[in-house]
Design a protein around this ligand. Structure first.
Ligand code: FES
Length: 139
């Protein structure tokens, strides 16, 4: 490949890279009042992953919807993640409990406490919440 072609190929690759969205719109913050949640799909490493956003006393956090015990969705009842008292996130299959602010499991089947849900980094801008799939923190 000639130097000119190499530069063009590099520019095309760079253009393709930069045309990828760096963040994905999740919702307007006002759509998720305190103590509620919202599921959304996010492309992570080439796969569409189901994630969920929670509003914990005005703080927004998001996680991949996959329990640390068995890698299945946590909401047996669709979009219901909070415990009845609103203090924890609950996997409804075997009752693992997670801290909403960190995703750390504090109670659950053997081997689960101490593990954490995969956290999805969020950004807020003008009342809108965005998620960034590139830096999802795997447990
Ligand atoms: S699958 Fe979540 S606690 Fe067992």
């Amino acid at each position: 490949m000639t130097p000119k072609r190499t530069r063009r190929a590099r520019a095309a690759r760079s253009s393709r890279r930069s045309s990828k969205p760096r963040r994905y719109l999740v919702c307007r913050a006002s759509e998720v009042p305190p103590g509620t949640s919202l599921k959304f799909i996010l492309p992570i490493d080439g796969f569409d992953e189901e994630c969920f956003l929670v509003n914990c006393d005005g703080e927004y956090h998001a996680y991949v919807n996959r329990c640390c015990h068995i890698p299945i969705a946590m909401d047996w009842i669709d979009n219901q993640f909070f415990t009845a008292d609103g203090r924890y996130l609950l996997c409804q299959t075997h009752n693992a409990c997670y801290l909403p602010r960190t995703g750390e499991c504090i109670f659950g089947p053997p081997g689960t406490p101490g593990k954490a849900l995969a956290k999805v980094p969020l950004e807020q801008s003008d009342g809108t919440i965005y998620a960034s799939p590139r830096s999802v923190q795997q447990p």
